[in-house]
Design a protein around this ligand. Sequence first.
Ligand code: GRF
Length: 193
Amino acid sequence: MQGKTPIAVLASGTGSNFRALMLAVRDGRLSADIRALICDKPKAPVLDLAESFDVPAILVDATGLKRPEHEEKLLNALAPLKVEWLVLAGYMRILSEEFLKKYRAVNIHPSLLPAFPGKNAYEQAFKSGCKQTGVTVHLVSPVVDGGPILAQTTLDVLPGDTLESLTARGLKMEHELYAKTLESLFQRERKKS
Ligand code: GRF
C-alpha cells in the first residue's frame, strides 16, 4: 500500500460506521491511519469501541458550550494529531465555516441527498412513503448536508419494511460505501501531492 492518509474520525453515538472503517483499515481496503476517535458526548458507546480497537478515544465534551468554544477545544485536540482529513461518522454537530477553513471533512448521510437532510433521515424517508431512499457520502460545507456529493447508493423501501429493517439495510450500505469512497478520495488526493 502506498502511504496512508492520516485522519481523525468524529462520532457522537453507536459507532457502527467507525467500526466499519477500522475493519476496512485492518483488512487493507482503506489506506488510512486513524489517529483518533473524537466524540462530543461523554457516554457515547463509540468511545469504548475506539478503546477496544486501541485507537485513542478523545472526548471533547460539548455539554453547555457554545459552538465557538467547543470548536476551539476541538482544534486544540486535533492540533497534535496532524491529520489531513476529518471523517464524520454519525457526528451530530454542525461545523462552522471558520472551522472548515482549517480542516477538510467528509460526512456520510443516510439519504439520497438533497432529499431528507438533517436528523433521522431513515425515519423521514420511511414516513414519507417514498419507494427509494439511499446513502450519500459528501464533502462537508457550512451548509448542513449540502457539500459536494462524492458517492451515493440507492436503497429500496421494500413492502413489509419497518423503520428498523430499512435502517439495518441502510447501515450495511453505509459501511461499504464509506470505506470505498474514502479510499478513492484519499488515493486521488495522495496522487496530487
Ligand atoms: C448513520 O446512519 C450515519 O449516516 C448518520 O448517523 C448514523 C450513525 O450511526 N449520520 P453509527 O453511530 O455509525 O452506527
